[in-house]
Design a protein around this ligand. Structure first.
Ligand code: ADP
Ligand code: MG
Length: 247
């Protein structure tokens, strides 16, 4: 889908708006977000609860639609995709990691990791081999045949990361990936995510923990559905910068 590439950034967003509508009221959640993220960046999104972080991440991951503005992902204008094209593009481009791991409780670690390949109709033998390689990479080979409830929180999150990686995504989107973990385990999971970014995967993490955002190279801070400020790491320290895109 790169034929009509109109923007060279991995993520190119202009004046993005999103509201949620319920019977009684509408809630304007994203109020004109403009943002460029280059391939290979290591970014966190911070801001108070309710500021729109998860909404933005879900739109970036093509899990949710937007009402106005433009979103180009790797040159493709997302709102022009059919539902089916959007699902295919999401599977090709994005790996998701969630706070609550989102593992299937009655499937073992190997089966959980292999699941995206099941939907791609890869044979059981082949998907188990590939899933085992990814578990091994996460240091979890010995845990392949254990159910999620037999794993620690950190192990569960590493299984979820292995599952996110199995289709070879260009981007990892993580929504509060350390939110359910103690501080030591959080550091381990952050080391894994940092390592993936160092291998070249564009990595975007929603967090309200400063230790997490400090580990990334760029912080995008939301307030009431708008970008309040951005920082970039400079010699290991985050300096406030002008947002990359100003109208
Ligand atoms: P954050 O992740 O920063 O805490 P969210 O993006 O989850 O914020 O939510 C922003 C606002 O939108 C909140 O007020 C939340 O209650 C509301 N919201 C989120 N999802 C929905 C939904 N599916 N329907 C209605 N309101 C929603
Ligand atoms: Mg959230």
């Amino acid at each position: 889908m790169a034929e009509n590439k109109t923007h060279t950034e991995m993520i190119h967003i202009r004046q993005l708006h999103k509201s949620y509508y319920t019977e009684a009221l509408s809630l304007h959640v994203l109020k004109g977000i403009s943002l460029d993220i280059e391939a290979g960046e290591y970014v966190s999104v911070t801001g108070a609860s309710g500021s729109g972080k998860s909404t933005l991440l879900n739109i970036l991951g093509i899990l949710d639609t937007y009402d106005a503005g433009d979103y180009h992902l790797n040159g493709t204008l997302i709102k022009n995709l059919s539902e089916r094209q959007a699902a295919e593009y999401r599977n090709e481009m994005i790996g998701f990691v969630f706070q609550s791991f989102n593992l299937i409780n009655f499937k073992n670690a190997l089966e959980n990791v292999a699941l995206p390949l099941y939907y791609k109709k890869v044979s059981r033998k082949k998907r188990n081999i590939i899933a085992m390689e990814h578990l091994d990479r996460m240091g979890l080979k010995e845990w392949a045949h254990h159910l999620p409830n037999e794993l620690s929180g950190g192990q569960k999150q590493r299984v979820a990361i292995a599952r996110a990686l199995i289709s070879g995504p260009k981007i990892i989107l993580a929504d509060e990936p350390t939110g359910a973990l103690d501080s030591k385990t959080s550091l381990e999971v952050m080391d894994v995510l940092t390592g993936l970014n160092e291998e070249g995967i564009t990595t975007i993490i929603v967090t309200h923990e400063q230790s997490v955002s400090d580990a990334t190279n760029r912080i995008i801070h939301l307030k009431d559905g708008m970008i309040e400020y951005e920082t970039r790491k400079n010699n290991g320290v985050h300096d406030t910068i002008q947002p990359t895109y100003i109208e």
